[in-house]
Write a protein that binds this ligand. Structure first.
Ligand SMILES: [Zn+2]
Length: 54
């Protein structure tokens, strides 16, 4: 018997994968970066545009 709510009301964080090895074990690195615990690469993610159309 499952007790987990499956009504879709729970908001999940977006799944983010390491762009180099695809692992999901990422930890914050410095200011705006992430470090992959699998391949030990550190990288940054930067928003360059929004969905607003001009
Ligand atoms: Zn990686």
């Amino acid at each position: 018997m499952s007790e987990e709510p499956t009504s879709g009301r729970t908001r999940q964080l977006p799944v983010f994968h390491c762009p180099y090895c695809g692992d999901e074990d990422l930890t914050p690195h410095e200011d705006s970066g992430w470090r992959c615990s699998a391949c030990l690469r550190a990288f940054s993610v930067r928003l360059i545009a929004t969905g607003v159309q001009g």
